[in-house]
Design a protein around this ligand. Structure first.
Ligand SMILES: Nc1nc2c(ncn2[C@@H]2O[C@H](COP(=O)(O)OP(=O)(O)OP(=O)(O)O)[C@@H](O)[C@H]2O)c(=O)[nH]1
Ligand SMILES: [Mg+2]
Ligand SMILES: [Zn+2]
Length: 310
């Protein structure tokens, strides 16, 4: 039988078959892997071949279909291994907010770089816009204007008031989408707001640290009644880049990609070289200074161990 993995806890998987039945499946024996050293061989979004266990209501996964793409991050404990957050994603949506707690651009940019590396279209929503005062509104608008200019659709939403949800539905229609972001930004609340029949568990924000409480513990795919799929993921503290090469990093920044050929040196790293078109563009304010600063941080591998974000 064929099905799609919609939930995984690491030791068992929920597989949805073509008739809409859900099967609790396990892995047995060897599974062909595609060269990724990951801590989880089967990920949410995988299309799999499985067999019913004789006389039982459970199944065994036999094979994983080739993946169109994966969203990967470095495993927290095993620095050499990767963790596949989800596979076969059509649109990755960063859920950010400038209120309670503000999402850093470092986090956003690391996520976007990863999406670029796997050629997955990405968008951003700034949630909790019902809480924004004048300063936060201004802050969000500046960020959204920049990201829109780079080709990442960005707009404000509120899971609480419903603002922006029509637009979000239009964006997601017919696609397998993924929500990523820190704990407490409202990923699960947005899933519920998009389809109130789902009733996904949401958590409180801690009073002391203004952080979420890691309410969602495993990635899970939900079918939305208007015709889309959403992978709701656990909040991530840090999005450590997996296997990113410094030589190709600039290509993951759309605003640098288009300028690089004008640098004096073909192997310009855009960090210190004379005649660098990227540095010139930063000086001319054609490239946002903070985007360039995030590039340098990623280039120097300074991006994840300090935990300033969260
Ligand atoms: N005012 C306001 N509060 C919101 C909004 N969206 C979510 N919240 C609140 O933020 C808190 C966290 O929401 P969740 O949906 O659990 O956040 P999450 O991103 O799924 O968090 P994790 O599952 O821990 O990663 C809850 O108390 C929500 O009620 C919003 O648009 N406006
Ligand atoms: Mg959640
Ligand atoms: Zn350069």
């Amino acid at each position: 039988m064929h099905g799609k993995v919609i939930k995984s806890t690491g030791s068992w998987y929920i597989v949805l078959d073509a008739e809409g039945r859900q099967w609790e499946c396990r892995l047995r024996g060897k599974i062909r892997l595609d060269g990724l050293r990951s801590t989880n061989p089967v990920a949410v979004g995988d299309n799999v071949v499985f067999e019913q266990e004789p006389g039982k209501a459970t199944g065994v996964i036999k094979q994983i279909d080739p993946r169109n793409n994966v969203i990967v991050r470095k495993s927290v404990n095993l620095s050499k291994a990767s963790h596949i957050i989800a596979s076969n994603v059509d649109l990755a949506i960063v859920v950010a907010t400038v209120a309670l707690p503000r999402t850093s651009t470092g986090f956003i940019d690391r996520f976007l770089v990863t999406a670029e590396a796997y050629h997955i279209p990405a968008a951003l929503v700034f949630n909790k816009c019902d809480l924004y005062g004048e300063a936060e509104q201004q802050d969000a608008e500046t960020l959204m204007a920049c990201y829109n200019g780079l080709g990442y659709t960005s707009f404000a939403v509120s899971a609480k008031t419903g603002e922006g949800l029509d637009r979000l539905q239009d964006l997601m229609q017919g696609k397998i989408c993924l929500f990523a972001g820190h704990s407490g930004v409202g990923k699960s609340a947005l899933v519920n707001a998009l389809d109130p029949s789902l009733n996904v568990r949401i958590g409180a924000i801690s009073d002391v640290h203004n952080k979420g409480k890691h309410t969602t513990t495993f990635a899970e795919m939900h079918r939305l009644s208007f015709g889309a799929w959403i992978v709701d993921t656990p909040g991530i503290r840090e999005f450590a880049l997996y296997d990113m090469e410094t030589e190709t990093l600039a290509q993951r920044f759309p605003e640098m990609r288009s300028l690089m050929s004008q640098c004096r040196f073909a192997n310009c790293t855009h960090t210190h070289e004379p005649g660098c078109a990227v540095k010139q563009a930063v000086e001319d304010h054609a490239i946002a200074e903070w985007r360039y600063a995030n590039y340098l941080r990623m280039y120097n591998n300074e991006d994840w161990s300090y935990g300033t974000d969260d």
